[in-house]
Write a protein that binds this ligand. Structure first.
Ligand SMILES: C[S@@+](CC[C@H](N)C(=O)[O-])C[C@H]1O[C@@H](n2cnc3c(N)ncnc32)[C@H](O)[C@@H]1O
Length: 202
């Protein structure tokens, strides 16, 4: 990825015109992978608390809502992404019921209430953008996520990289739960996969 992917200014320019885009996989494909893990979460009043980091112009939140998950907080540090997310939900359901918060995924403590906890944190390629800022930035995101996870909570992350979490001092155990074969232009091209990770606090 170009270096600018960790910069808010890049996303601001992009979202001026982009209203809908899915990174790495469609929300349908991603939901198929994560649904069994969502259904196993400890639930509070039967609603797991979901935090999506870097929601962008994806419609993933609509898939959560359509599946009956209503305690969903969508976070992005670019206000235009938050506006797009609300618009996508309103277009699909006629009104907005999910939560949308402008916040930096690498400094969660600044923008989310300190006592708040989530049963699952989801990021669909946001970790790739954040990692353009270097390992320290990725570790800051990871330690923030860990603080906001409830007991038994998990982080599910989709990345183009097969070594995304090969970093020292990561406060999570990492497991690959799915690999998504990327489309090929020619049959002779090698197989390339995106990786879906499940991370549990150490
Ligand atoms: C690669 S896009 C993924 C968007 C969406 N999840 C998808 O699958 O289409 C990365 C998103 O993360 C957001 N982002 C990047 N760094 C961030 C940060 N430090 N805090 C919050 N959001 C961030 C960008 O604004 C962008 O919306």
């Amino acid at each position: 990825m170009p270096v600018d992917f960790e910069k808010q200014s890049y996303w601001h320019e992009r979202f001026k015109s982009e209203t809908s885009f899915e990174w790495l996989a469609s929300s349908e494909t991603f939901m198929t992978i994560i649904a069994p893990h969502l259904s196993r979460l400890p639930s509070r009043e039967s609603q797991p608390r979901i935090l999506q980091l870097g929601s962008g112009t994806s419609d993933l939140q609509n898939h959560f809502r359509a599946s009956g998950y209503l305690d969903v907080t969508n976070v992005d540090y670019e206000p235009l992404a938050i506006e797009r997310g609300r618009q996508l939900e309103e277009a699909a359901f006629g009104e907005v019921r999910l939560k949308y918060v402008v916040a930096d995924a690498t400094q969660l403590g600044n923008d989310l209430p300190p006592g708040q906890r989530f049963d699952v944190v989801i990021d669909k390629s946001t970790v790739d953008a954040v990692s353009c800022g270097g390992t320290t930035t990725l570790l800051r995101m990871a330690s923030g996520i860990r603080k906001y996870l409830a007991d038994g909570g998990i982080w599910i992350s989709l990345s183009y990289s097969s070594s995304r979490f090969d970093v020292e001092d990561l406060p999570f155990d990492v497991e690959v739960i799915a690999k998504i074969l990327t489309p090929k232009l020619k049959e002779s091209e090698p197989d390339i996969y995106h990786h879906c990770y499940l991370l549990r606090p150490k």
